[in-house]
Design a protein. Sequence first.
Length: 110
Amino acid sequence: MEKLYYSINEIAELLNEAVHTIRYWEQQFPFLKPKRTKTGSKLYTKEQFNKMQVIQKEIQINNMAVAGLKKKVKNQNKLTDKQIILSKDEFMEMLCLFRSMSEVLIQEED
């Protein structure tokens, strides 16, 4: 059975990274912000662990600096926002087309 949450020590061990490195990544990437227990312990989800694996790969294998990786993530988020705007534009275009078609159909019935 797969765990729902991992402690910072478990994450550090699984990634073979120091705990302070995980804390640094958490500060640099808001999407890594862990849940906290009543005693203040940090708990990370499997999704957050997977994201940390990607960060680690980018840093170690692709020699990317954390600053560059932050910029890359920010640019990907902007791209997503543009896609949402385009989707809205396309929807509005389709809505206008639908209205025009319905007006034509109503006129034909009369």
